[in-house]
Design a protein around this ligand. Structure first.
Ligand SMILES: *Cc1c(COP(=O)(O)O)cnc(C)c1O
Length: 367
C-alpha cells in the first residue's frame, strides 16, 4: 500500500510554475447562443458536406497520416499567396506552433516578449517552457485605446534581448490592428525571432506575408480556426526554409491527422466560400459596432477581427445577465487590469447578433 497520496506526490514532483498555473478554462456552452470563442457561425455548405463525407469514407484511417502533408501544404501555399522561396510548417492549431517555437528557443534565461493585454497562450506557453515572459502594456495614444507603445517595445527589446516576440495582428482580445510601420520597426530592432500572429487575417486589412522575404527574423503564423475550421485544429507557420527546417525537427511526426488533412484540403479547395462568409461577418461586425455604439452606457472599440471588445459599467453582472438570457460571450473582467469591465462578443449570424443585442439591452436595464 502506498503511504503517499497522488496529490502530495504531484505536489512534490511537479515544477512550481506548473502547480501555480490555472488551466485554460473552457466553459460549457451547450444550449447557448455561442459567441464566446471567435468561431465562424456558418456550418459547411451542404454541397461540400457530401463531398467531404465521401472523401472521409474512402480515407485510410488505419494508416498514419502523410507526415509531410504535401498536398495540403500545396493548397495552403496557393490560398495564402505565399511568396516564392517561403515555406510552411503545419501545426495542430497554431497554439501548437507557439509551443514548438518556445521549445526551440528556450535556452536558460531566454525571454519571450509580447504586449498586454494580448492572447493569453503566449504567456502560458512561456511558463510551460521555462521562458521569462515580458509583456509591454498597450497605451492610449492620440485618443486610440490599446495602442502599441512603440518606444516601450523598443526599450524592452534593447533591455531584455527577447529570443521570441509575438504580435497578434490584429490583436486579441482588443481587436485592433497595430500600425504596419510600428510592427516593421519592432521586427528590425529585434535580435530574436518576431512572429506576427495573423489568426484573424480573413477579417483584417493588413498582412506580413508579402514582407516575409524582407526580414530574416520574421515568421507569420496563421490558423484556419477563425475561418470556419476550429474543430479541425490546423494552423501554419510561414517563413524561410532555413527556420522551418530547424523547427520541423521539433514537430511530432503525425501532429496533423488523416482527417484534418483531408477535410482542410477539401475546404481550402473552396476557400472562396469561406472568404465570402468572412465578408459577411465583416459587414455584420460593422452593423454590430454601430448598434453597440448607440448605447450610451457601452463603450465599444474598433475591430479588424471577427469579434468586438466593449466596456460596460459592471461587466460580470451583464455577462451573467446575458447567460441567463441564453447568450454566452467572454467575460474579460478580472483578467488584465486594462480590461476591467470589458466583454468580448464574437460576431455571429445576423439572427444571433440580433438576439445578443436584445439580451444585452435587457440585461443593461434589469441586470
Ligand atoms: C485563436 C487564436 C490563436 C489560436 O488558434 P488555434 O489555431 O485555434 O490554436 C492564436 N492566436 C490568436 C491571437 C488567437 O486569437
Amino acid at each position: 500500500m502506498p503511504s503517499i497520496s497522488a496529490s502530495s506526490l504531484a505536489g512534490a514532483l511537479l515544477r512550481q510554475e506548473i502547480l501555480d498555473l490555472h488551466a485554460y478554462h473552457v466553459p460549457d456552452s451547450s444550449g447557448y447562443i455561442k459567441l464566446d470563442a471567435m468561431e465562424n457561425p456558418y456550418p459547411v455548405p451542404p454541397e461540400l458536406r457530401a463531398e467531404i463525407a465521401e472523401a472521409v469514407a474512402a480515407s485510410a484511417i488505419n494508416r498514419y497520416p502523410d507526415p509531410g502533408a504535401a498536398s495540403l501544404k500545396e493548397k495552403i501555399r496557393a490560398v495564402t499567396g505565399l511568396p516564392q522561396g517561403q515555406d510552411v510548417l503545419l501545426g495542430n492549431g497554431s497554439d501548437e506552433l507557439i509551443q514548438l517555437l518556445a521549445m526551440a528557443v528556450a535556452k536558460p534565461g531566454a525571454a519571450m516578449l509580447s504586449v498586454e493585454p494580448s492572447f493569453v497562450m503566449y504567456k502560458m506557453i512561456a511558463t510551460f517552457t521555462g521562458m521569462r515572459y515580458i509583456g509591454v502594456p498597450l497605451v492610449s495614444n492620440a485618443g486610440a485605446d490599446f495602442s502599441l507603445d512603440l518606444p516601450g517595445m523598443l526599450a524592452a527589446i534593447e533591455r531584455e534581448r527577447p529570443a521570441l516576440t509575438f504580435l497578434a495582428y490584429p490583436n486579441n482580445p482588443t481587436g485592433n490592428l497595430f500600425p504596419e510601420d510600428a510592427v516593421a520597426q519592432i521586427i528590425q530592432a529585434s535580435p530574436g525571432l518576431v512572429v506576427v500572429d495573423e489568426a484573424y487575417y480573413a477579417f483584417a486589412s493588413g498582412s506580413f506575408i508579402p514582407h516575409l522575404a524582407r526580414y530574416p527574423n520574421l515568421l507569420v503564423m496563421r490558423t484556419f480556426s477563425k475561418l470556419g475550421m476550429a474543430g479541425l485544429r490546423l494552423g501554419f507557420m510561414a517563413g524561410s526554409p532555413a527556420w522551418l527546417g530547424q523547427l520541423e525537427k521539433l514537430r511530432l511526426p503525425y501532429n496533423v491527422g488523416v482527417l484534418p488533412q483531408l477535410v482542410a484540403e477539401k475546404l481550402l479547395a473552396h476557400h472562396d466560400v469561406l472568404l465570402r462568409q468572412a465578408e459577411q461577418i465583416k459587414r455584420d461586425r460593422t452593423q454590430l459596432y454601430r448598434q453597440l455604439n448607440e448605447i450610451a452606457t457601452v463603450k465599444v472599440y474598433p475591430s479588424e477581427a471577427n469579434f468586438l471588445l466593449f466596456r460596460v459599467a459592471e461587466a460580470t453582472t451583464i455577462f451573467n445577465g446575458l447567460k441567463q438570457r441564453g447568450v454566452l460571450i467572454k467575460n474579460l473582467n478580472g483578467g488584465h487590469p486594462m480590461l476591467k469591465d470589458c466583454l468580448r462578443v464574437t460576431v455571429g449570424t445576423p439572427d444571433e447578433n440580433e438576439r445578443f443585442m436584445a439580451a444585452l439591452k435587457d440585461s443593461l436595464r434589469h441586470g
